[in-house]
Design a protein around this ligand. Structure first.
Ligand code: ATP
Ligand code: MG
Length: 445
């Protein structure tokens, strides 16, 4: 992509309304624009990152055996009246009337809708277990929308729903999602800690929140310091095998949100306890027959007896993750994207468009990286060299090749790594090669 033909409306000034770093950087990098409180337009750079996150989430859901569907954003009130949640949900639900005076709503979540799909089609235990998910916009009329897209009113969520014949089978489905969340967040360059959580209005009795640590997080969290050394490799996971040992390994260390914390019975000695703040990026629940019973989602078991199915639901805040990743990975110059979600793989910065040598070498490198299948930005804008370099550090593309008239006299360009700040002068060929090698290494930070 040529920057001169693209749209990245960066801001030089720090917007006053933004209280946390991810919100400031998203506005300054031209990723989003507020439409009204808690509702945002996604500009090209923001959209690109969000789509990459969405795709990683999708691949990991598919790998764990979940099946993608797409349910509507607008739902009929009747379904929520059947489950009893229409009144309970309160002011967070955006209620709408259509032209026939029918009560509709903009979905804050989809338990009722998915249970309706399930009960219409599945009648036998043989079709179980089943896990259906979608990635769809939600609306919750939050009391205090804030921190940009981190606590929006309209936001993109991946929500999966599992159906199983009994509690034991439901646990197996829960474990698959638990493990797939560990792998998903790792691919996004994040350490997300599963914490025992309250189940809130969704209800149920087994639940974990996946929390990334950040000073600006909304919840206070308490966890064992050794958590920071825990990591799961994709190679260790076989979704057809018993995942309980992995889940046990990742739940044996203490980690709870403030709702569950009680100083009196905290098992971790003070010197091993980390008290910090966190951002909830995912939440998984097992809630048995909370929805299947009122909505009549039952199947015949092996003996022909009707059983209400045991369900779980599993959310990931896809749009919130854009901000969460920035909170976890930035410096005073701007964003540092993990390669897996970077809006571009590399940028070729031509400091002096119009200079024949700079133009020629920039174009060659740009074409070479494109031909290798990479998503490359060519900064061919006519801003001052300083402004260009600052803007590229701000938007945080992992690898930069800087081409300027001075270096060109000696046939030299500069290769830079955004994450470490390392930079090296080299020939254009060597710089192209260096970018290719780093990209092939698939560094995740
Ligand atoms: P929170 O405790 O942050 O209000 P929640 O428990 O209401 O979240 P869930 O119903 O578990 O959220 O939703 C699943 C995921 O959707 C959350 O883990 C979070 O990442 C994301 N999410 C929830 N509310 C918002 C919001 N207002 N803006 C952006 N993302 C959200
Ligand atoms: Mg929650």
């Amino acid at each position: 992509m040529r920057l001169s033909q693209y749209f990245i409306p960066t801001l030089r000034e720090t917007p006053k309304e933004a209280q946390i770093v991810s919100h400031r950087l998203m506005l300054r990098a031209g990723m989003i624009q507020q439409s009204s409180a808690g509702i945002y337009s996604w500009l090209p750079l923001g959209l690109k990152v969000m789509r990459k996150i969405e795709q990683i989430v999708r691949e990991e859901q598919n790998r764990a055996g979940a099946i993608e569907v797409l349910m509507p954003t607008i739902q009929p009130a009747e379904l929520w009246q059947e489950s009893g949640r229409y009144d309970d949900y309160g002011l967070e639900m955006l209620r709408i009337k259509d032209r026939h005076d029918r009560d509709m709503l903009f979905g804050p979540t989809n338990e009722e809708q998915i249970t309706d799909i399930f009960r219409s089609h599945v009648k036998s235990y043989r079709a179980l277990p089943l896990n259906l998910y979608h990635i769809q916009w939600k609306f919750r009329d939050e009391v205090r929308p804030r921190f940009g897209i981190m606590r929006g009113r309209e936001f993109l969520m991946k929500d999966a729903y599992s159906f199983a014949i009994d509690a034991e089978a439901a646990r197996i489905e829960y474990n698959k999602m638990f493990v797939s969340y560990l792998l998903t967040f790792k691919r996004l360059g994040l350490t997300a800690i599963p914490m025992e959580a309250d189940t809130g209005p969704i209800g149920g009795d087994m639940s974990h929140e996946f929390v990334i640590l950040a000073d600006t997080g909304e919840s206070e969290v308490y966890c064992h310091k050794d958590w920071m050394n825990y990591s799961l490799d994709a190679g260790e996971v076989d979704y057809n095998a018993d995942l309980q040992p992995i889940v046990d390994r990742f739940t044996e260390l203490y980690a709870v949100t403030d709702e569950k914390y009680d100083a009196a019975d905290c098992p971790v000695p003070a010197e091993k306890l980390m008290t910090t703040r966190g951002i909830e990026v995912g939440h998984i629940f097992y809630f048995g027959s909370k929805y299947s019973t009122p909505l009549g989602a039952s199947v015949a078991d092996e003996t022909g007896k009707q059983c209400d199915v045991h369900m779980g639901s599993y959310g990931i805040g896809v749009s919130r993750l854009v901000g969460g990743i920035i909170e976890a990975s930035h410096d005073d110059k701007g964003i540092i994207w993990p390669q897996s979600v970077a809006p571009f793989d590399a940028v070729v910065i031509n400091l002096k468009p119009g200079n024949a040598d700079c133009d020629k070498v920039s174009e060659q490198l740009y074409q070479q990286l494109l031909a290798a299948g990479h998503d490359v930005l060519l900064d061919d804008s006519t801003d001052s060299p300083g402004a260009k370099l600052n803007a590229m550090d701000l938007i945080g593309i992992p690898y930069q090749i800087v081409i300027g008239p001075r270096g060109m006299k000696d046939g030299i360009v500069e290769f830079k790594i955004r994450k470490t700040g390392a930079s090296q002068d080299m020939s254009p060929d060597a710089a192209g090669q260096a970018v290719l090698e780093h990209l092939a290494g698939q560094d995740t930070i």
